[in-house]
Design a protein around this ligand. Structure first.
Ligand SMILES: [Mg+2]
Length: 394
């Protein structure tokens, strides 16, 4: 059987790269993105790395040791937006793209050499150049005949700063001899210790073990990993969209407050993020929960099962505000709020309902489409769904 050609496209210092894309003045500077929750460095530019700023370093320490660094609070809406653009660009090259994380995707390039009339390695370089040219995002690409080898190749591309790195499965042994097992995708600390105890240090030593031995020591995953490292496509690239079990959006209110309108506004922001994600996935949810955390860290949650699944802000908002009445107390100060959407299914699963109330559904669909296309054109949160304060209080 002909071998697969699988590329792992991995954005370089993705969060920093996004910030530099929207603010080109940051290019060539020691930029760090800092998580908005823990206040730790989560992404660094090359210059910041050179300066010695460590990944995961707390902000106050980084600032103290490297006052010349530029520290930016993470903007996840921006990163998801740009991530989608990158993934869509990849889909222009191949119909089979598996989004692995916000900044990584496996792309099946098998057979595309003929279409593009170039060698695979040149095709990978071409994809890389196009993403840079059109989206101003730097990526590294690793290529081989299995996901595990492609991942290993992309790590090497990053380390050598060469952009594209291919591992020819026929010569994979050479590469595996130079690779220690902890560098392999999916081998964490526990597995490393387990292998070390058996005297297995390099990836080459791992693939030299028998299937029976690996199955006994590690289980089927160990056997699969061996064959992936030998260049066999055990896990093919799949563009099937997997639905999340749950979509959760929570955040600090930024202040301690008992202001109901303020809390409702923050909930509306979460509802909007959740619902637009549902619509992107062409899915709906049928369980909605609201969460409030008090200043003293007490958590209150109210949940409702819906008769009719939804992906519309205005419907979820009605439910959430009703649930809120059961847990909100005007005398309590709150620190954070959140909305959880559960029991997520593809739209097709509820066609009967479509039939039952198609006029309302059509109206909802039109409104949502309008909202989404405005956001696509003018940026995230350009339109906000408001709420009507039915009690008329201020
Ligand atoms: Mg990356």
């Amino acid at each position: 059987m002909a071998r697969k050609v699988i590329a792992l496209v991995d954005c370089d210092s993705f969060f920093v790269c996004c910030e530099q894309k929207v603010n080109p003045e940051l290019k060539g500077k020691p930029v760090c993105v800092v998580s908005n929750k823990g206040g730790c460095v989560v992404s660094r530019s090359k210059e910041a790395k050179k300066m010695g700023i460590k990944m995961g370093e707390p902000l106050f320490m980084a600032k103290k040791d490297h006052p010349k660094g530029i520290y930016i609070v993470a903007n996840h809406d921006l990163y998801s937006d740009i991530s989608r653009q990158v993934m869509n660009k990849l889909r222009e090259f191949s119909p089979t793209v598996e989004v692995y994380s916000i900044d990584e995707a496996f792309v099946d390039l098998t057979g595309l050499r003929r279409l593009y009339k170039m060698e695979y390695i040149d095709l990978a370089s071409y994809i890389r150049e196009q993403i840079k040219k059109e989206l101003d995002i730097n990526v590294s690409i690793g290529m081989s005949s299995s996901k595990s080898l492609a991942k290993l190749a992309s790590d090497k591309a990053k380390r050598d700063d060469c952009g594209v790195y291919a591992i020819n499965p026929r010569f994979a042994f050479e590469e595996l001899k130079k690779t220690s097992i902890e560098e392999i995708w999916g081998i964490g600390r526990n597995l490393t210790q387990l292998f070390h105890r058996s005297g297995i240090i390099t990836a080459y030593e791992l693939v030299s073990q028998s299937d029976v031995w690996l199955d006994k020591k590690v289980g089927i995953r160990g056997v699969e990993l061996k064959h992936e490292l030998l260049g066999e496509t055990v896990s093919p690239v799949s563009n099937e969209v997997k639905l999340p079990k749950s979509i959760q959006n929570t955040s600090a209110l930024g202040t301690f407050t008992s202001d109901l309108n303020f809390i409702k506004n923050s909930l509306n922001y979460h509802i909007h993020r959740g619902c637009s994600k549902l619509r992107r996935l062409k899915a709906k949810c049928s369980v909605v929960s609201v969460m409030l955390r008090t200043k003293d860290f007490k958590v209150y949650v109210e949940k409702k099962n819906l008769e009719k699944p939804t992906c519309y802000e205005w419907e979820v908002s009605d439910i959430v505000f009703k649930l809120l009445e059961n847990i909100y107390k005007p005398s309590v100060l709150y620190r954070s709020s959140g909305v959880m959407l559960d029991n997520i299914t593809f739209n097709a699963a509820e066609q009967l309902f479509l039939f039952a109330d198609s006029e309302e559904e059509t109206k909802n669909q039109k409104l949502a489409k309008c909202l989404d296309s405005l956001e696509n054109r003018f940026g995230k949160n350009v339109v906000k769904t408001g709420f009507t304060d039915r009690k008329g209080t201020d």
